[in-house]
Design a protein around this ligand. Structure first.
Ligand code: SF4
Length: 326
């Protein structure tokens, strides 16, 4: 591990000041400390923000939900309002990581976490994300777990977060605070596809702090849930996953929010699937036809040609679970 200095921010102003001078924010530390141990990350200054007043889940005036950036994964998953209004968020969190990690890791840190591509974490391997311009060892290497959507010639790594898939499906907003004041970003604009600059993963500016993730109000009743398909049932990342939320009234689907994980370089929203569902009556045939569009545009790699079909089946099954089968 490279030497670094550590400072603990006692208030937001102090944190922003340290961030503006190049300090890296740390709260639960469940990703950053691992990467520092492996010398993938080498920050000179860590700014501990765990004492800032950003640890609250509350309803917004419009009927949505605001989750403070420092609320832990476990606290978010267990929160009565989250469980009641957006089970898809609770389920995605409970299927993530381990109980110990969920007790430490925060929502802000979760959406800032870096890829689990093994070549990224191996400092002897070529990796454009870690070392821009060095190449991508995964393209010709072992790429079974890598992305099939949103990839580029520079990087094919998946985004590892589960709850980010739920946030993408629900069209959340990320609240940021920086030297120039407050800013809001649509979740779809917050995480960046790799393009030619895979080293840039989030649209966060130097010194900006995530303060909250806001979930918009959605029409009620809203059924939602998360399905994660992985090689083992615990402490494993998704091969494919599906976050689904449906507003069904009078026997007709009035709104559909669907996104996939484990397949994209960012959580992958599925607008073609959503469009196919809206205005229709739930049925087994509808779930199959809608899910058939889930892998549109997929570009599988040598070892993950199974993913498009697995993705369709994952989406179909979760539509059936959330929407019911007739
Ligand atoms: Fe690095 Fe991305 Fe290639 Fe993995 S897929 S080796 S993270 S450039």
């Amino acid at each position: 591990m490279h030497p670094f200095s550590y400072t603990r921010a006692s208030d937001t102003r102090e944190a922003l000041d340290a961030g503006r001078h190049g300090g890296r924010y740390i709260a639960g530390g469940t990703t950053l400390v691992d990467l520092m141990r492996e010398t993938v990350e080498r920050p000179e200054t860590l700014v501990d923000i765990s004492g800032l007043p950003l640890r609250e889940v509350r309803a917004t005036q419009g009927g949505g939900l605001r989750i403070g950036a420092l609320v832990t994964m476990a606290e978010t998953a267990a929160h009565p309002k989250v469980r009641a209004l957006y089970p898809v968020i609770s389920e995605s969190l409970e299927l993530s990581a381990s109980a110990q990690l969920r007790n430490m890791a925060t929502i802000g840190g979760n959406i800032m976490q870096r890829t689990r591509c093994t070549y990224f974490r191996d400092v002897t391997a070529d990796c454009n994300k870690r070392e821009p311009g060095s190449g991508c060892a995964a393209l010709k290497g072992h790429n079974r777990t890598h992305a099939i959507l949103g990839t580029s010639d520079a990087c094919v790594a998946t985004h590892p977060s589960d709850v980010a898939v739920a946030f993408a499906a629900l069209e959340a907003t990320v609240h940021l605070l920086g030297p120039d004041g407050e800013r809001r970003l649509r979740f779809a604009d917050f995480l960046l596809r790799p393009g030619s600059t895979p080293n840039r993963e989030q649209a966060v500016r130097q010194g900006e702090l995530i303060t909250a993730v806001e979930i918009p109000a959605l029409p009620r009743p809203l059924r939602s849930g998360y399905l994660k398909v992985r090689d083992r049932q615990s402490y494993e990342f998704a091969l494919t996953s599906a976050a689904v939320a449906l507003h069904i009234r009078g026997g007709v689907i009035r709104e559909a929010k669907v996104a996939a994980g484990g397949v994209g370089t960012v959580p992958w929203k599925l607008p073609a699937v959503e469009r196919h569902l809206v205005g229709e009556r739930p049925s087994a045939a509808l779930w199959t036809a809608a899910a058939d569009k889930a892998a549109d545009g997929a570009r599988p790699l040598q070892h993950n040609r199974f993913k498009p079909e697995l993705l369709k089946r994952t989406v179909e099954r979760q539509l059936r679970v959330v929407g019911g089968t007739k």
